[in-house]
Write a new protein. Structure first.
Length: 197
């Protein structure tokens, strides 16, 4: 049976190890993302979808890193809650701005709307904001929502990173095949990863 005390006041010391791990993971993934981008810089520059995906992944990871740092810093619970509301609002801006761009601009080059990434990131950051508001109101259960939100974003970013790497590999294979067929080098920006997330 769950100890009811766990749902009471927020106790940051109980969450320290988890957020050290999440912050370290976010920092390591940021470094790996930069390494992958630098190894495929020509494709990153020539393909706007890769650029957008890589930029969004970097921002999501930076938000995770900042959030972990805030949760590890000694500070009043209400102040922490306010900071986390602002951080999650920053994260929520990404799927909302993409949705606005998709429906109100660039209509000529519209692909299928990526509904699953939109739902994943939007619901995660909304849950994070609700959890942060709970902390402001001294409700310790808010940390569970914040943690679940962070975990979902981490999984989504990792899967999106896999799609980026797969798309880069396929684009390089297509470019090599085209170069072999034509006998000269032309950079290719074609990829099946045609939806930003």
């Amino acid at each position: 049976m769950m100890d009811i005390h766990l749902l009471g006041a927020f106790q940051p010391e109980q969450w320290r190890d988890l957020y050290v791990m999440l912050g370290t993971t976010a920092g390591a993934l940021i470094g790996l993302l930069f390494v992958a981008m630098s190894l495929h810089l020509d494709l990153m520059v020539s393909n706007p979808i890769f650029r957008l995906r890589a930029r969004n992944n970097t921002i999501h990871l930076l938000i995770m890193l900042v959030q972990a740092g805030l949760l590890l810093a000694p500070q009043p619970e209400a102040l922490l809650g306010i900071e986390l509301v602002l951080v999650n609002l920053t994260g929520l801006r990404l799927p909302l701005s993409f949705t606005y761009t998709y429906f109100f601009t660039n209509k000529a080059s519209r692909h299928t709307f990526p509904i699953y990434p939109f739902i994943t990131y939007t619901s995660s950051y909304v849950a994070g904001m609700i959890g942060a508001l709970a902390l402001i109101l001294n409700a310790g259960w808010g940390i569970y929502l914040i943690t679940a939100s962070t975990m979902v974003v981490l999984v989504a970013v990792a899967l999106n990173g896999w799609v980026i790497l797969l798309g880069l590999g396929l684009a390089e294979m297509a470019a090599s095949a085209k170069q072999g067929a034509s006998g000269h080098s032309t950079p290719s920006a074609t990829t099946p990863a045609d939806r930003p997330a």
